[in-house]
Design a protein around this ligand. Structure first.
Ligand SMILES: Cc1ncc(COP(=O)(O)O)c(C=O)c1O
Length: 435
């Protein structure tokens, strides 16, 4: 079914737990009773007649028409993530970057601005700093991730506050409730990139946020095979109360036969507009096979995370005790500056990501990076395989020293995404690479 109506058809208690949703959510079999979600590798769907086609096009009847806009396999993924995040509806797209773009473009227009925390994934920072402004939207970066710093930048043209619940790779944890309360007091919605935390770590919508985006490429897919992203609509922001700030939800939409989204779709206006204006016109569609692969990853995510977290803690402790290491950060360590906030929001489910600086700065970091044998040198994270990145020379190499500092990166920072291998093999490789 379209537009996140899965919960109404769910035969069990509405309160089934996340692990159960990750395996069954959004799918109850179809006519062939296939137990795995079928890959609907099709471009379009056969209408019964013109009236049926018209009802689907006008969003009056649920159904599928053209697979740039929606697809039954992708629909299951959307409903599963919606249920895990506690949202109203979701729109899956081809990558996390597309999700970030669609989430922001759904509320911005020429002359508007958004306010962002500075600790962002490199490509998001570049997009905000250098691309969105060319489309007439200014991005105002706060000096830090605190509510008061973001509040100073909000004005009548601000359309959203954007931050990563856990910044990548700064691993700061934003106080979602505080920032959300502040933004709402100005009539501004909050968009949260929840990629690093995953819905098993944190559910920003349950802390008041309005929109959640994910790169599904990371922990959800979990095997380094598939790009994907999703935009989740919490369904609670009162768009109709702010007609001047959000004309796109309160005036007839010329790009979709005069629909007034806040009036016609009061419970999921944002998601419906994201699909019918964003995805329909810009077309960063998630392929059905990729949705299938991401669904498979999602099934085992909670179990993988548990083991990866055990391994990450062991890696962090090993590094913290080693004289060849200048500093270590892991949210699960009690003296981490964000440990308290992480404990409040993650309830102990710290992402298996560790950063550290070897003694000897940039050169030592590059030497360590080059010397690893088992850990994969690449710019992904969240894989079953253990991965290493050196942001200053890779993902963030286009940023100058000042910008690096702003996004929370030091030249010596090595980022480890800890996988599922045997912990002793991981530690032995780190030990030899430290030299
Ligand atoms: C926090 C965060 N958001 C968005 C993205 C972009 O996702 P994708 O690579 O799927 O486009 C990434 C990628 O690393 C990320 O870490």
């Amino acid at each position: 079914m379209l537009w996140g109506r899965w919960a109404e058809r769910w035969p069990y208690s509405r309160t089934v737990r996340d692990e159960t949703i990750a395996i069954h959510g959004g799918y109850q079999g179809e006519s062939t009773r296939a137990v795995a979600v079928p890959v609907y590798q099709t471009v379009a769907h056969d209408f019964i007649n013109a009236a049926h086609a018209g009802a689907i096009f006008d969003l009056e009847a649920p159904g599928f028409h053209y697979n740039r806009i929606n697809n039954p396999t992708v629909d299951v993924l959307e409903q599963r993530i919606t249920a895990l995040e506690g949202g109203a509806a979701a729109v899956a797209v081809a990558s996390g970057s597309a999700a970030v773009r669609y989430s922001v473009r759904n509320v911005t227009s020429m002359g508007s601005n958004i306010v962002a925390a500075p600790q962002l994934y490199g490509a998001t920072y570049t997009y905000f700093a250098h691309v969105l402004p060319t489309e007439g939207t200014e991005v105002r970066f706060a000096v830090d991730d605190k509510a008061a710093s973001m509040e100073r930048l909000i004005d009548a043209s601000t359309r959203a506050v954007f931050f990563e619940s856990i910044g990548n790779p700064a691993f700061n944890v934003v106080d979602v409730e505080e920032v959300t309360a502040m933004a709402h007091s100005h009539g501004v919605p909050v968009i949260v990139d929840n990629t690093v935390a995953t819905p098993f770590g944190m559910k920003p919508l349950c802390h008041g946020a309005d929109i959640v985006v994910h790169s599904l490429t990371k922990f959800v897919g979990g095997h380094g095979t598939t790009l994907g992203g999703v935009v989740v609509d919490g369904g609670r922001f009162p768009w109709a109360e702010h007609p001047a700030r959000f004309p796109m939800f309160n005036e007839p939409e010329p790009a979709f036969h005069g629909v007034v989204y806040a009036r016609d779709f009061p419970h999921n206006a944002y998601a419906v507009r994201c699909r019918t204006v964003g995805l329909r016109n810009e077309g960063a569609t998630l392929a059905p096979l990729n949705a299938f692969l991401l669904l498979q990853g999602l099934e085992t995510l909670p179990v993988r995370l548990e083991r990866q977290q055990q391994n990450a803690l062991a890696v962090a402790n090993f590094l913290a005790a080693d004289r060849r290491v200048a500093w270590v950060r892991y949210l699960g360590i009690a003296d981490d500056p964000y440990h308290e906030l992480a404990s409040k929001y993650l309830g102990g489910r710290f992402p298996p990501l560790v950063t550290f600086g070897p003694v000897g700065g940039y050169e030592a970091a590059v030497r360590f990076f080059d010397s690893l044998k088992l850990w994969k040198r690449l710019v992904n994270m969240g894989d079953a395989k253990s991965l290493v990145a050196h942001p200053a020379s890779t993902t963030h190499r286009q940023l100058d020293a000042a910008a690096l500092e702003q996004v929370g990166i030091t030249a010596d920072m090595v980022r480890l995404s800890v996988g599922l291998e045997h912990i002793e093999d991981l530690l032995e490789d780190i030990d030899q690479a430290l030299g």
